[in-house]
Design a protein around this ligand. Structure first.
Ligand SMILES: [Zn+2]
Length: 205
């Protein structure tokens, strides 16, 4: 438990001071207590606004680490920093100074519950793992991230119903770059049915 919290603290430290990103700094950080109230947030553009993000609450950090474990990702492959921010009920995967981060708006949890929150984080993890960052928005990318999330749910031992628990949100908030809810349900289901394919970001023919 404690180590995950420290990983989050370290994540923030790296974001705030990228020059300290080295193994020795990591070891030093493991022994350093950080007062979250005393560290500054990071700021990055989200659409036309600039929002502040802060290290994720422990439950969201655990969701990410549990997903990485279930997907058998190495610590390097899961070198992604979970953060929370007010995004108007959204989540995103992005890069800050070369560091991979996932930002999750806690407001979503009231709408989709614990399983839905984990699926949204799994979807954003999929964007990182499927190599979508830095590329133009593409509806195929969304379906690959959905299939990845479906696979993650299956590998976490969740039911297909659990895997689909964020779906009500899809129809309520369709994005310009996002496929139809039906297509997304199909992609999540395909990933859940064939987790090896979904984990590899493959969609059915
Ligand atoms: Zn997406």
């Amino acid at each position: 438990m404690g180590s995950s919290l420290l990983r989050v603290a370290y994540a923030f430290w790296v974001l705030a001071t990228p020059h300290l990103f080295s193994p020795s700094a990591a070891e030093a950080q493991e022994r350093t207590r950080i007062d979250f109230d005393a560290v500054p947030t990071i700021h990055f553009p989200a659409g036309s606004r600039v929002v502040s993000a802060y290290p994720a609450f422990e439950d969201y950090a655990h969701m990410l680490f549990d997903l990485c474990d279930a997907l058998k990702l190495s610590s390097k492959e899961c070198s992604i920093f979970p953060m929370n921010a007010k995004l108007g009920g959204n989540a995103l995967a992005t890069l800050v100074d070369g560091n991979r981060i996932i930002v999750y708006d806690r407001e979503l949890s009231g709408q989709v519950g614990y399983d839905g929150a984990e699926m949204i984080i799994a979807h954003e993890l999929g964007h990182h793992r499927c190599g979508h960052l830095g590329k133009a928005a593409d509806t195929t990318h969304e379906l690959q991230a959905d299939a990845f999330a479906g696979a993650a749910a299956r590998l976490r031992g969740k039911t297909l119903k659990d895997a689909l628990s964020a779906v009500p949100l899809f129809s309520k908030r369709p994005g310009r770059t996002h496929p139809s809810s039906a297509a997304r349900v199909a992609a999540i289901t395909a990933g859940w049915n064939n987790p090896e394919a979904g984990r590899a970001c493959r969609l059915p023919d």
